[in-house]
Write a protein that binds this ligand. Structure first.
Ligand code: ATP
Ligand code: MG
Length: 220
Protein backbone atom coordinates (compact mmCIF):
# COMPACT_ATOMS: atom_id res chain seq x y z
CA UNK A 1 0.00 0.00 0.00
CA UNK A 2 1.29 3.42 -0.84
CA UNK A 3 0.88 6.31 1.47
CA UNK A 4 -1.73 8.60 -0.08
CA UNK A 5 -3.07 11.79 1.40
CA UNK A 6 -4.93 11.07 4.60
CA UNK A 7 -8.19 12.51 5.70
CA UNK A 8 -9.15 12.32 9.33
CA UNK A 9 -11.97 9.87 10.04
CA UNK A 10 -15.08 11.79 11.06
CA UNK A 11 -15.90 11.47 14.72
CA UNK A 12 -19.16 9.85 15.77
CA UNK A 13 -20.33 13.23 17.08
CA UNK A 14 -19.68 14.84 13.71
CA UNK A 15 -21.64 12.13 11.91
CA UNK A 16 -24.52 12.53 14.36
CA UNK A 17 -24.49 16.28 13.82
CA UNK A 18 -24.71 15.86 10.04
CA UNK A 19 -27.50 13.33 10.46
CA UNK A 20 -29.45 15.76 12.61
CA UNK A 21 -29.02 18.51 10.05
CA UNK A 22 -30.20 16.26 7.23
CA UNK A 23 -33.19 15.23 9.29
CA UNK A 24 -34.05 18.81 10.12
CA UNK A 25 -33.78 19.79 6.47
CA UNK A 26 -35.84 16.88 5.23
CA UNK A 27 -38.30 17.07 8.13
CA UNK A 28 -41.82 17.89 7.25
CA UNK A 29 -43.51 21.16 8.17
CA UNK A 30 -46.82 20.35 9.77
CA UNK A 31 -49.53 22.75 10.91
CA UNK A 32 -51.93 21.86 13.71
CA UNK A 33 -55.19 23.78 13.40
CA UNK A 34 -57.43 22.62 16.20
CA UNK A 35 -61.04 23.43 16.84
CA UNK A 36 -64.52 22.27 17.67
CA UNK A 37 -65.61 22.61 14.05
CA UNK A 38 -69.31 22.62 14.90
CA UNK A 39 -69.60 23.04 11.91
CA UNK A 40 -66.40 23.61 9.84
CA UNK A 41 -66.83 26.63 7.54
CA UNK A 42 -65.09 28.64 4.86
CA UNK A 43 -63.27 30.73 7.49
CA UNK A 44 -61.45 27.57 8.61
CA UNK A 45 -60.70 26.44 5.06
CA UNK A 46 -59.50 29.81 3.78
CA UNK A 47 -57.25 30.07 6.82
CA UNK A 48 -55.84 26.57 6.31
CA UNK A 49 -54.99 26.91 2.61
CA UNK A 50 -53.51 30.39 2.98
CA UNK A 51 -51.39 29.57 6.02
CA UNK A 52 -50.19 26.44 4.27
CA UNK A 53 -49.17 28.51 1.26
CA UNK A 54 -47.60 31.40 3.20
CA UNK A 55 -45.49 29.19 5.48
CA UNK A 56 -44.80 26.47 2.90
CA UNK A 57 -46.26 23.76 5.10
CA UNK A 58 -46.45 20.22 3.81
CA UNK A 59 -49.67 19.56 5.63
CA UNK A 60 -52.27 21.19 7.83
CA UNK A 61 -54.27 19.02 10.17
CA UNK A 62 -57.73 20.24 11.12
CA UNK A 63 -57.74 18.50 14.48
CA UNK A 64 -61.23 17.83 15.77
CA UNK A 65 -61.38 18.30 19.53
CA UNK A 66 -62.93 15.35 21.30
CA UNK A 67 -64.04 17.30 24.35
CA UNK A 68 -63.37 21.02 23.88
CA UNK A 69 -63.11 21.42 27.65
CA UNK A 70 -63.46 25.21 27.54
CA UNK A 71 -66.81 24.89 25.74
CA UNK A 72 -68.32 21.84 27.43
CA UNK A 73 -71.36 22.83 29.46
CA UNK A 74 -71.79 26.24 27.83
CA UNK A 75 -73.89 24.91 24.96
CA UNK A 76 -74.93 21.56 23.47
CA UNK A 77 -72.13 20.19 21.28
CA UNK A 78 -72.58 17.96 18.27
CA UNK A 79 -71.00 14.54 18.74
CA UNK A 80 -67.31 14.22 17.98
CA UNK A 81 -68.20 11.69 15.26
CA UNK A 82 -70.53 14.18 13.55
CA UNK A 83 -67.94 16.96 13.72
CA UNK A 84 -65.24 14.66 12.35
CA UNK A 85 -67.49 13.54 9.50
CA UNK A 86 -68.10 17.20 8.56
CA UNK A 87 -64.38 18.07 8.65
CA UNK A 88 -63.54 15.01 6.54
CA UNK A 89 -66.17 16.10 4.03
CA UNK A 90 -64.88 19.68 4.07
CA UNK A 91 -61.25 18.79 3.29
CA UNK A 92 -61.77 15.78 1.02
CA UNK A 93 -60.73 17.70 -2.10
CA UNK A 94 -58.26 20.13 -0.50
CA UNK A 95 -54.63 19.25 -1.21
CA UNK A 96 -52.39 19.27 1.86
CA UNK A 97 -55.22 19.73 4.34
CA UNK A 98 -56.45 16.71 6.28
CA UNK A 99 -58.89 15.93 9.07
CA UNK A 100 -57.27 14.86 12.34
CA UNK A 101 -58.89 12.22 14.52
CA UNK A 102 -56.09 11.79 17.06
CA UNK A 103 -57.89 13.67 19.85
CA UNK A 104 -61.07 11.66 19.29
CA UNK A 105 -59.17 8.36 19.29
CA UNK A 106 -57.33 9.48 22.43
CA UNK A 107 -60.63 10.27 24.15
CA UNK A 108 -61.37 12.57 27.08
CA UNK A 109 -60.65 16.29 27.15
CA UNK A 110 -58.41 17.53 24.33
CA UNK A 111 -55.20 19.38 25.08
CA UNK A 112 -53.03 20.81 22.31
CA UNK A 113 -49.88 20.17 24.39
CA UNK A 114 -50.60 16.42 24.31
CA UNK A 115 -51.48 16.44 20.62
CA UNK A 116 -48.21 18.19 19.74
CA UNK A 117 -46.24 15.56 21.68
CA UNK A 118 -48.01 12.81 19.77
CA UNK A 119 -47.33 14.58 16.45
CA UNK A 120 -43.65 15.04 17.30
CA UNK A 121 -43.37 11.32 18.04
CA UNK A 122 -45.22 10.27 14.91
CA UNK A 123 -43.20 12.59 12.63
CA UNK A 124 -39.65 12.69 13.95
CA UNK A 125 -37.72 15.68 12.64
CA UNK A 126 -40.90 17.59 11.75
CA UNK A 127 -41.27 21.30 12.44
CA UNK A 128 -44.65 21.94 14.06
CA UNK A 129 -46.90 25.00 13.84
CA UNK A 130 -49.96 25.69 15.98
CA UNK A 131 -52.46 27.79 14.05
CA UNK A 132 -55.26 29.83 15.57
CA UNK A 133 -57.54 32.78 15.01
CA UNK A 134 -56.85 35.90 17.04
CA UNK A 135 -59.79 35.24 19.37
CA UNK A 136 -58.15 31.97 20.37
CA UNK A 137 -54.70 33.59 20.51
CA UNK A 138 -55.97 36.24 22.95
CA UNK A 139 -56.92 33.41 25.31
CA UNK A 140 -53.78 31.37 24.73
CA UNK A 141 -52.68 31.62 28.35
CA UNK A 142 -55.87 29.85 29.46
CA UNK A 143 -54.75 26.73 27.54
CA UNK A 144 -53.52 23.80 29.54
CA UNK A 145 -49.67 23.78 29.58
CA UNK A 146 -49.51 26.66 27.09
CA UNK A 147 -45.78 27.11 27.66
CA UNK A 148 -45.28 23.54 26.38
CA UNK A 149 -47.32 24.42 23.30
CA UNK A 150 -45.12 27.48 22.68
CA UNK A 151 -41.95 25.43 23.14
CA UNK A 152 -43.03 22.60 20.87
CA UNK A 153 -44.36 24.68 17.97
CA UNK A 154 -44.34 28.02 16.22
CA UNK A 155 -47.49 29.94 17.18
CA UNK A 156 -49.30 31.16 14.09
CA UNK A 157 -52.13 33.67 14.35
CA UNK A 158 -54.57 35.00 11.77
CA UNK A 159 -56.90 37.96 12.25
CA UNK A 160 -60.64 37.51 12.44
CA UNK A 161 -62.99 40.39 11.69
CA UNK A 162 -63.67 42.60 14.67
CA UNK A 163 -61.65 44.67 17.05
CA UNK A 164 -57.97 43.78 17.21
CA UNK A 165 -57.16 41.72 20.27
CA UNK A 166 -54.21 41.93 22.62
CA UNK A 167 -51.65 39.18 22.22
CA UNK A 168 -49.22 38.37 25.01
CA UNK A 169 -45.77 39.76 24.26
CA UNK A 170 -44.27 36.71 25.96
CA UNK A 171 -44.49 34.70 22.76
CA UNK A 172 -43.08 35.06 19.24
CA UNK A 173 -46.30 35.13 17.26
CA UNK A 174 -46.04 34.49 13.54
CA UNK A 175 -48.79 36.53 11.90
CA UNK A 176 -50.20 35.40 8.57
CA UNK A 177 -52.50 37.61 6.52
CA UNK A 178 -55.54 35.75 5.21
CA UNK A 179 -58.79 37.14 3.80
CA UNK A 180 -60.90 38.04 6.83
CA UNK A 181 -64.20 36.27 6.64
CA UNK A 182 -66.89 37.20 9.10
CA UNK A 183 -68.10 33.62 9.51
CA UNK A 184 -68.41 31.67 12.72
CA UNK A 185 -69.87 28.32 13.66
CA UNK A 186 -72.06 30.15 16.17
CA UNK A 187 -73.67 32.19 13.39
CA UNK A 188 -74.08 29.07 11.23
CA UNK A 189 -75.88 27.22 14.01
CA UNK A 190 -78.18 30.24 14.46
CA UNK A 191 -78.85 30.21 10.73
CA UNK A 192 -79.99 26.59 10.76
CA UNK A 193 -82.27 27.29 13.71
CA UNK A 194 -83.77 30.34 12.00
CA UNK A 195 -84.06 28.69 8.60
CA UNK A 196 -81.63 31.12 6.96
CA UNK A 197 -79.28 29.87 4.20
CA UNK A 198 -75.80 28.49 4.85
CA UNK A 199 -74.88 28.27 1.17
CA UNK A 200 -71.31 29.37 0.35
CA UNK A 201 -70.49 29.72 4.05
CA UNK A 202 -69.91 25.97 4.30
CA UNK A 203 -69.02 23.62 1.46
CA UNK A 204 -71.84 21.71 -0.22
CA UNK A 205 -70.82 18.30 1.24
CA UNK A 206 -70.84 19.83 4.75
CA UNK A 207 -74.27 21.37 4.13
CA UNK A 208 -75.56 17.98 2.96
CA UNK A 209 -74.28 16.34 6.16
CA UNK A 210 -75.84 19.03 8.37
CA UNK A 211 -79.19 18.36 6.71
CA UNK A 212 -78.85 14.57 6.75
CA UNK A 213 -77.85 14.47 10.40
CA UNK A 214 -80.47 17.05 11.39
CA UNK A 215 -77.91 19.16 13.23
CA UNK A 216 -78.57 22.52 14.92
CA UNK A 217 -82.33 22.49 14.46
CA UNK A 218 -82.99 23.27 18.08
CA UNK A 219 -81.04 24.25 21.18
CA UNK A 220 -77.31 24.97 20.88
P1 ATP B 1 -67.71 28.98 17.51
O1 ATP B 1 -68.47 30.19 17.02
O2 ATP B 1 -68.57 27.82 17.87
O3 ATP B 1 -66.68 29.31 18.58
P2 ATP B 1 -65.69 29.14 15.44
O4 ATP B 1 -66.22 29.63 14.15
O5 ATP B 1 -64.97 30.13 16.31
O6 ATP B 1 -66.86 28.45 16.26
P3 ATP B 1 -63.90 27.09 16.26
O7 ATP B 1 -64.08 25.65 15.99
O8 ATP B 1 -64.22 27.62 17.62
O9 ATP B 1 -64.78 27.89 15.18
O10 ATP B 1 -62.47 27.60 15.86
C1 ATP B 1 -61.35 26.81 15.59
C2 ATP B 1 -60.20 27.74 15.21
O11 ATP B 1 -60.54 28.41 13.99
C3 ATP B 1 -59.92 28.85 16.23
O12 ATP B 1 -58.51 29.05 16.29
C4 ATP B 1 -60.62 30.06 15.62
O13 ATP B 1 -60.03 31.29 16.01
C5 ATP B 1 -60.39 29.80 14.14
N1 ATP B 1 -61.41 30.43 13.29
C6 ATP B 1 -62.74 30.23 13.34
N2 ATP B 1 -63.38 30.98 12.42
C7 ATP B 1 -62.42 31.67 11.77
C8 ATP B 1 -62.45 32.65 10.71
N3 ATP B 1 -63.60 33.08 10.16
N4 ATP B 1 -61.27 33.15 10.28
C9 ATP B 1 -60.11 32.75 10.86
N5 ATP B 1 -60.01 31.84 11.85
C10 ATP B 1 -61.16 31.31 12.32
MG1 MG C 1 -64.60 29.71 18.35
Amino acid sequence: MTDGPRTAAPTIAAVQHVNEQVEALSGRRIGLFGGTFDPPHVGHLVTAVNVRHALRLDEIILMVANEPWQKVGSRPLSSAAARLAMVEAAVADVPGVVAGRHEIDHGGPSFTADTLSALAQAHSGATLFTIMGDDAAARFETWDRYTDVARASTLVVVDRPGAPVHLSADFAWERVEVPRLDVSSTDLRDRVRDGRPLDYLVTTPVLTLITQMGLYREGG
